[in-house]
Design a protein around this ligand. Structure first.
Ligand code: COA
Length: 315
């Protein structure tokens, strides 16, 4: 996580909002901002810590996948920059499925490993959403933060370990509710004004339809992933959802009759960090001794696209 803490008090000075409203509607108290840092720098930090934690060196990696919807460049890709800085000699690719990025990329990593094309794949999810946030729009700026997390998947002979099932899907009919333009389409391609307008590329969101989408998409993704793994919600030790809004976490608890303690929450401290939120949560859980061998987790992501998905993993 970057060091700078953007509190609700600071936001009160930027837009017409207040701590009480933000906490009640979102559960968020503060977020981190990567001042003066590139997305790849955050991603590199996460990658180095993941390698250290796994007791591996970069030469063990067969592939690096970076998920981000807030990249530094169109070219080079983030994954190649990080591959070079790590000193890895392997395939590298970026993926963007917005806030479901970690779920999608984990499935890709798992597929490469299961079909024998790779033994060790690192997924890095890195986001600097502050660079695409409109700090005059109170409906979005209170939600978003920066951060990065990384996970390393390796081949194993043990069939009851690792990713047991996954489900990925998309409902592009809701694209307009959550979008960021990369390059504007212009009637007059030579007009420079639009390219100079930073607001043109800010993230725009219609909050209420996104809430309605998550209310059906998240349970559907969890249901499908559980069904494919042949498990019930009662057999799950942890649900690790994308940290978008406390209210959606409440929906999950109610629908699956799960105690709230089984749903990991850190959005109060980090806000919505898009694809980085699940690996950040996993890293924090690991650091705090909450993850143990043999536990079964459901990770679920949802966001721009509108994409959604989930996977079941046994540690
Ligand atoms: N502070 C104070 N008031 C705010 C505000 C803020 N930060 N943001 C919006 N409001 C106001 C609105 O202007 C509106 O005022 P009005 O009634 O006078 O028009 C009122 O609060 C209600 O707005 P609404 O958008 O209906 O609020 P909401 O209950 O839907 O909450 C969100 C807004 C953004 C918190 C909520 O829609 C949400 O969580 N959306 C999904 C977010 C999400 O998950 N996104 C990412 C998916 S990856």
């Amino acid at each position: 996580m970057p060091e700078f803490v953007l509190t609700n008090d600071i936001l009160e000075q930027l837009v017409d909002t207040n701590d009480e409203w933000i906490v009640k509607r979102t559960g968020i108290r503060e977020r981190r901002i990567a001042k003066g840092m590139h997305t790849w720098e955050l991603g590199l930090r996460a990658a180095e810590r993941a390698l250290e934690d796994a007791g591996l060196t970069a030469d063990a990696l067969d592939m690096i996948i970076v998920t981000t919807c807030s990249p530094d460049f169109f070219s080079p890709i983030e994954a190649s920059v990080i591959q070079d800085k790590l000193g890895a000699k392997c395939a590298a690719m970026d993926m963007n499925t917005c806030c479901s990025g970690f779920v999608y990329a984990s499935d890709v990593a798992d597929s490469f490993i299961k079909c024998g094309k790779a033994k060790t794949v690192m997924v890095i999810s890195a986001e600097t959403l502050s660079r695409v946030t409109d700090y005059t729009d109170r409906g979005t700026c209170v939600l978003l933060g920066d951060g990065a997390g990384a996970a390393i998947y390796t081949a194993t002979e043990e069939t009851d370990k690792g990713i047991l099932s996954s489900f990925l899907s998309s409902d592009g009919s809701g694209a307009e509710y959550l979008y960021m333009e990369a390059l504007p389409v212009e009637q007059e391609p030579l007009s420079a004004e639009r390219f100079c307008d930073p607001k043109a590329r800010f993230l725009k969101m219609a909050g209420a339809p996104v809430v309605r989408f998550t209310a059906w998409a998240v349970p559907k993704a969890i249901d499908e992933a559980l069904h494919r793994a042949g498990l019930t919600a009662a057999e799950i030790d942890w649900v690790v959802p994308h940290q978008a809004n406390l209210r959606i976490l409440d929906v999950i608890a109610k629908k699956y009759n799960l105690p709230k303690e089984k749903i990991y929450v850190n959005l109060d401290r980090f806000g919505n960090t898009s694809s980085a939120s699940i690996p950040l949560a996993l890293a924090e859980m690991r650091q705090n001794g909450l993850l143990h061998e043999g536990q079964t987790l459901v990770c679920t992501g949802f966001g721009g696209g509108l994409t959604y998905g989930a996977f079941v993993i046994r540690l």
